[in-house]
Ligand binder design. Sequence first.
Ligand SMILES: Nc1ncnc2c1ncn2[C@@H]1O[C@H](COP(=O)(O)OP(=O)(O)OP(=O)(O)O)[C@@H](O)[C@H]1O
Ligand SMILES: [Mg+2]
Length: 257
Amino acid sequence: MKRFAFINQKGGVGKTTLAINLARALTLQGKRILLIDFDPQANASSGLGVRVNKEKSIYQALVEEDFESFVKEPFKGLFLLPSSIDLVGLEVELVKHPEREKVLRDFLFSVTFKGLPLEKAFDFIFIDSPPSLSLITVNVLVASEGVIIPLQCEYYALEGLSLLVRTVRRVKAAFNPELRLFGMVLTMYDSRNRLSQEVAEEARRHFPWLLFNTVIPRSVRVSEAPSFGKPVLDYVPNHKVSQAFLRLAEEFLRRNA
Ligand SMILES: Nc1ncnc2c1ncn2[C@@H]1O[C@H](COP(=O)(O)OP(=O)(O)OP(=O)(O)O)[C@@H](O)[C@H]1O
Ligand SMILES: [Mg+2]
């Protein structure tokens, strides 16, 4: 698979952090990654040190049907299509669009990069999404092949998951037969905290085939890195959380092989 959606309608569970750092870890393995920021909060953009700018956002790229003048390469091999707050307006405009669920997909399949279709130009395409099950999120699912769900090791981590899984099934049936649940990743894991262990056990019991073995530990370094516009892997390369993202990238490649 090439195209992956990072989805969880619950806010602040680690979608953006996972998308940025898994992408970065894969570039260190020599892969070329396109990260599409499809969240009006634009955290993936600012977290990679890209100035958020209405004129240069994915919203404008969709309007102009142009990829090449909007894509950036903030880190070697890690390409970003940035977002901005005006993506909020897309939700409203989509409602009256005849193919409202397929706008992002059609864009990805019609534009090129250096003369190549995007699937040829990049090894993987990651799409970060907002904390909702809106039309924006449906567009992300219709444009993707694999779904990656981060689970925060906190109370209620598994709540809402059945709705999320149902939504994936509905989108698969109606618009995108190639869509699959690809994996779940436990984030913000604190081994000294009983609750973290309980969430991990419960997730393992319910989704044994989906859960990645690698768990992302909780570290204040992770929350500091975006303010320097860097992935954790560049901010504290030797830290255990960076090592976890590197292991996760290896597991991701094995699972995808
Ligand atoms: N492993 C971690 N350890 C400590 N803090 C973390 C970790 N992962 C993420 N965070 C912090 O938790 C907050 C939420 O993370 P993030 O922005 O990645 O979640 P999100 O699901 O993308 O949020 P949203 O739903 O708003 O898009 C951020 O402040 C982030 O820095
Ligand atoms: Mg986010």
